[in-house]
Design a binder for this molecule. Sequence first.
Ligand code: DGL
Length: 275
Amino acid sequence: MNAAAAKELPIGVFDSGVGGLTVLKALREAMPHEDLIYLGDTARLPYGTKSPASISRYAGQATALLQQRNIKLLVVACNTASAVALETLRSQMDPLPVIGVVEPGAAAAVAARPAGRHLVLATEATVCLGAYRNALVSRDSRAAVTELACELLVSLAEEGWNDGSIAESIVLRYLSELPDSAREPDSVILGCTHFPLLKGTFEAVFDDTVAIVDSASTTAVAANELLDELSLGREATGGGNLTLLATDGATRFARVGGQFLGEELTWRDIEVVDL
Ligand code: DGL
């Protein structure tokens, strides 16, 4: 394929479900002229409680489907899949580029609070692998990192119960598991696609000196820079197309996903695919 045609190809974005639409939203804002194909593996959500072997297999199958659609870049918008399978997906996509969300999230936290005490809130699988800890410490050897799995917050965000006393008390219940020393961090890293929806709750629970960091916008900036570096950015100036794929439940995807994307969707906007 010639260079001009390669620039016209879409960017593939993959998540275990609708959560990655927070990343898709940031990608659209950063690169409005790019075509985007989003795949949510809603049939097998959640990934966060699955074993690394299953998560890798699912992520590989989702990537294969996006490869068939001729993408020029893969954004792994799922923290859990980024933590478990990024290197495997890089080999699968080679020579095309792959970006995950963990590294950009860690970079944003280190930039916001150098030598800081970071509290990472994520899924069980992301915490088990210490993905954020490794990414933070490799960037800033003075970083102090505590990781906390908060699975219930995934369901809470999908129900749309993002603020108020129920959300606050569940966050406080999770925090009560931490030693006192970890309860007053300098940054709180939202290491799960769903948690940006609960940002207001985190702001209510933590002191206002705490930086609440999510990886959506930094991932979008990293993706934009990478396309520029590889001369793969689309030159067209008009708005890009968005294709939404899911492995199950177009109606639920539209209802819940609309909240994550920040725009109204209907089931007709979603193509259901099998992996
Ligand atoms: N997308 C997942 C993540 O960011 C959260 C939902 C799940 O467990 O699949 O880790």
